[in-house]
Write a protein of this length. Structure first.
Length: 110
């Protein structure tokens, strides 16, 4: 049973690392602030969440498991909200999406 939990934890760490790498590549390669923020918030939250789940699987300490799952819940609740608020503030500050963006729901000039 302990070996199975260690293998699951290793798989979660590898998957979380891949999502974190994907977020980093998205920040470097995507064209504008809004798509970069999307990559960082979505893939970053999943990567960190999987790392916390791996910690919970390896740990046989109930308070550590509880903190890990509370951390995952906190990430999933706050990361999308903060990304939305940052994107809205950036748009109101005058930073417009790149020319590749086809739809701009914030544009009220239409």
């Amino acid at each position: 049973m302990i070996d199975l939990l260690q293998y699951l934890s290793a798989a979660a760490i590898v998957a979380g690392s891949m999502f974190s790498l994907l977020a980093a590549v998205g920040i470097l390669r995507l064209p504008d602030l809004y798509t970069r923020m999307h990559a960082a918030s979505k893939a970053g939250a999943v990567g960190a969440g999987l790392a916390l789940i791996a910690v919970a699987l390896v740990s046989f300490n109930a308070p550590v498991i509880l903190r890990a799952f509370l951390g995952v819940i906190f990430l999933l609740l706050t990361t999308p909200v903060s990304a939305h608020l940052l994107a809205r503030a950036a748009y109101k500050a005058g930073i417009r999406p790149g020319p590749e963006t086809k739809f701009n729901d914030m544009d009220t000039s239409n």
